[in-house]
Design a protein around this ligand. Structure first.
Ligand SMILES: Nc1nc2c(c(=O)[nH]1)N[C@H]1C(S)=C(S)[C@@H](COP(=O)(O)OP(=O)(O)OC[C@H]3O[C@@H](n4cnc5c(=O)[nH]c(N)nc54)[C@H](O)[C@@H]3O)O[C@H]1N2
Ligand SMILES: Nc1nc2c(c(=O)[nH]1)N[C@H]1C(S)=C(S)[C@@H](COP(=O)(O)OP(=O)(O)OC[C@H]3O[C@@H](n4cnc5c(=O)[nH]c(N)nc54)[C@H](O)[C@@H]3O)O[C@H]1N2
Ligand code: SF4
Ligand SMILES: [Mo]
Length: 594
């Protein structure tokens, strides 16, 4: 029996056991529920790239590595790494790019804006342990679709009062005690309003704030800059809705589980910072059964052996065309990055586009050199999590003739280019594990605190909470939508917010792909009819699926749907250099049949 962990980009980071004789039969290695069908089914149903290619012609691995080494002699070169596998050894290729003077990316397609908001208030992004969620009386699930994206946390919510804040009636919203189906991009206003009303009712956690967040009077003044009536009408809610929500927030132990949904906008950091500030007014920090969970920083507290001094370019709006050689590792930028039309044009300009991954996708098809990778069952690695503090050694379960590991790829290129300084694979694995606290069958991250922020904020826990005190946006006049609004005003078309959350049977663009747009049946489009969805960035055809759980001012296209990112903007969030997939309005047009 071999112990390992799931390497898919998922906060659960499940531990599992495999018997090589029965592979791919797998068993969960914790008492925390079963492994999901993404791993058990969808992953193994996805055909792998088995044979390397140069210019579309199948070659041996040695020939492909020779070609990749040659390509990496050209300057400038860029490593664009996605998050197809969450093992830490993915980053060993940074050492190669440092040696050849290549560049890396900075910023995030994922959680960067929310992370930036957390750093503003708390100074450091610590993960809320699941044990604290288990002790809560009330759990507020805020822009986080946990029954799809974080399934192993769901059992911890058993028996608790649940509040959901989401523009969609999610599966969790259907079970919740209260669901606020708020307008997209309005979480900042909701959090500010709730904080203000808490002050007005005299329910603020004064004792805690005096000690850990003393500037709260300035924050109270800040909340009064926003008009209650205007906010309520923007949220599409009444004071009674706020009243019901506040009764839950005023219970003894309250946890917020915040997801990516609140921050896929230029102002994403403000939304997260405002939510953290609301938690501070309620005194939810450092107390048993309280806190704010978000996608944590899995590497916090580690000395990273793959740290380099490489120059970096934007991951969200990468100008691939500026590079002679681009190595795409573990990602599918042609589909996962925003503004696919721009990305495709840019990828077209790259002389040597090298794809290093498991599956055929829109990026592999465009690449002149294709190198199959090994899956996480076929190599050794270490798995950290952005959802909890367990660290797992990922042990190779099976030998495979397909592909090459990231470490072996690096070593092969080092050799071919006569480079020195790459240490043994085990050295790096030990460097990560050696920094963890060792328990009987697992490791715990050095960052682990049972009750984060109990002693204070900042990286040394000796600072005060910093209240949000600025906001330079307004819902009447969203900066990035002005151009669109002008154009739409001319054509008089109705416009909708784009929601683009994760799909159940795909991990971003891996595994099952989709072709549908989900619309409220009240909008009048027929099931299965083809529509053209357009934004100022592009258009694409989708098949209509009815979903009465969506607001009528939104369309929903999941992240695994082909063409969704033709619609999204390659702008960066104001803080965090993060993608803003939902900072966009779209129109719907019928496609006439015949
Ligand atoms: N519209 C829309 N777009 C989104 C999102 C959204 O919600 N909506 N979400 C964004 C988010 S949160 C994220 S994290 C990004 C993810 O975007 P990407 O990081 O580009 O991830 P994927 O599209 O899943 O592509 C992962 C690829 O990694 C390869 N791979 C898997 N395992 C390995 C391995 O062990 N080694 C190597 N070398 N390759 C491997 C596979 O071939 C797979 O095709 O997408 C973003 N894009
Ligand atoms: N099955 C599956 N699991 C996954 C992934 C996957 O692709 N498939 N991807 C993994 C990755 S890379 C990540 S980053 C995580 C992300 O996991 P989540 O944080 O759950 O992210 P999303 O699915 O993008 O969206 C979460 C919710 O936000 C809501 N939402 C949208 N806009 C708003 C808004 O303006 N305000 C509020 N309050 N809510 C809003 C959406 O309706 C949705 O219910 O999931 C991981 N887990
Ligand atoms: S829940 Fe997440 S970590 Fe667990 S098996 Fe599924 S994809 Fe892997
Ligand atoms: Mo992500």
């Amino acid at each position: 029996m071999i112990h390992t962990a799931c390497g898919l980009d998922c906060p659960d980071a499940c531990a599992m056991i495999a018997d090589p004789a029965y592979f791919p039969k797998l068993a969960a290695d914790t008492s925390n529920g079963a492994l999901c069908s993404l791993l058990n089914k969808d992953m193994f149903q996805s055909p792998r790239i088995e044979i390397p290619r140069i210019g579309g012609v199948e070659v041996t691995m040695d020939e492909a590595l020779d070609a990749a080494a040659d390509a990496l002699k050209a300057s400038p070169s860029l490593l664009w790494r996605g998050s197809g596998n969450f093992g830490v050894m993915q980053e060993v290729t940074d050492l190669l790019f440092e040696k050849i003077g290549g560049m890396l990316t900075k910023g995030s397609l994922c959680d960067g804006a929310g992370d930036a908001g957390i750093l503003k208030g708390r100074g450091v992004n610590r993960t809320l342990p699941w044990e604290q969620v288990a002790k809560a009386d009330v759990v507020v699930v805020w822009g986080h679709n946990i029954t799809t994206t974080n399934t192993h946390i769901v059992p911890y919510l058993e028996g608790k009062k649940i509040v959901v804040i989401d523009p969609v009636v999610t599966a969790m919203a259907k079970k919740a005690d209260l669901h606020l189906q708020i307008a997209p991009r309005s979480d900042f206003y909701l959090a500010i309003l709730l904080a203000r009303l808490t002050f007005l009712e005299g329910r603020e956690a004064k004792g805690w704030m005096d000690e850990y967040a003393p500037e709260y009077e300035n924050f109270y003044d800040f909340t009064t800059d926003f008009r209650i009536k205007a906010i309520l009408s923007h949220l599409g809610m009444g004071l009674d809705d706020m009243g019901s929500l506040l009764t839950y927030l005023q219970e003894e132990r309250v946890v917020f589980l915040v997801g990516n949904g609140v921050q896929k906008y230029s102002i994403g950091h403000y939304a997260m910072w405002a939510i953290d500030s609301l938690a501070a007014v309620l005194g939810l920090w450092g107390r048993e059964g309280c806190g704010v969970g978000y996608l944590g920083n899995s590497k916090l507290g580690f000395d990273n052996p793959f740290q380099t001094q490489c120059k970096r370019v934007s991951k969200v709006a990468t100008r691939f065309g500026d590079f002679q050689t681009v190595l795409v590792q573990g990602g599918n930028p042609a589909e996962s990055m925003p503004d696919s039309n721009r990305v495709e044009d840019e990828l077209e300009k790259v002389k040597n586009l090298v794809y290093f991954g498991l599956y055929e996708n829109e990026t592999s098809k465009r690449s002149s050199i294709v190198i199959p990778a090994k899956s996480f069952f076929e190599k050794d690695d270490v798995r950290l999590s952005y959802g909890h503090h367990h660290v797992r050694k990922m042990n190779k379960v099976i030998e495979s003739s397909i592909g090459i590991s990231e470490y072996d790829f690096c070593r092969a290129i080092f050799e071919r280019l006569g480079l020195e300084g790459l240490k043994a694979e085990q050295y790096y694995i030990d460097a990560w594990l050696g920094q963890c606290q060792k328990h009987e069958d697992h490791y715990i991250s050095p960052e682990y605190q049972e009750n984060p922020y109990k002693e204070g904020f900042g990286s040394d826990d000796d600072e005060k909470f910093v209240w949000i005190d600025e906001f330079d946006d307004s819902f009447e006049n969203v900066k990035h939508l002005r151009k669109f609004r002008k154009k739409r005003d001319k054509t008089d078309q109705e416009s909708f917010w784009l929601l683009t959350p994760k799909a159940k049977h795909a991990l971003n663009t891996q595994f099952r792909r989709g072709d549908s747009v989900q619309l409220h049946p009240g909008l009048g489009y027929s099931k299965d009819e083809k529509v053209l969805i357009s934004s100022e960035y592009g258009s694409h055809e989708f098949i209509v699926h009815h979903n009465k759980d969506i607001r009528t001012d939104c369309v929903l296209i999941e992240a695994n749907v082909i063409g969704v990112n033709k619609l999204t903007p390659s702008i960066e969030s104001e803080e965090g250099e993060s993608a803003c997939y939902q900072e966009v309005k779209v129109t719907i047009e019928r496609i006439s049949q015949g």
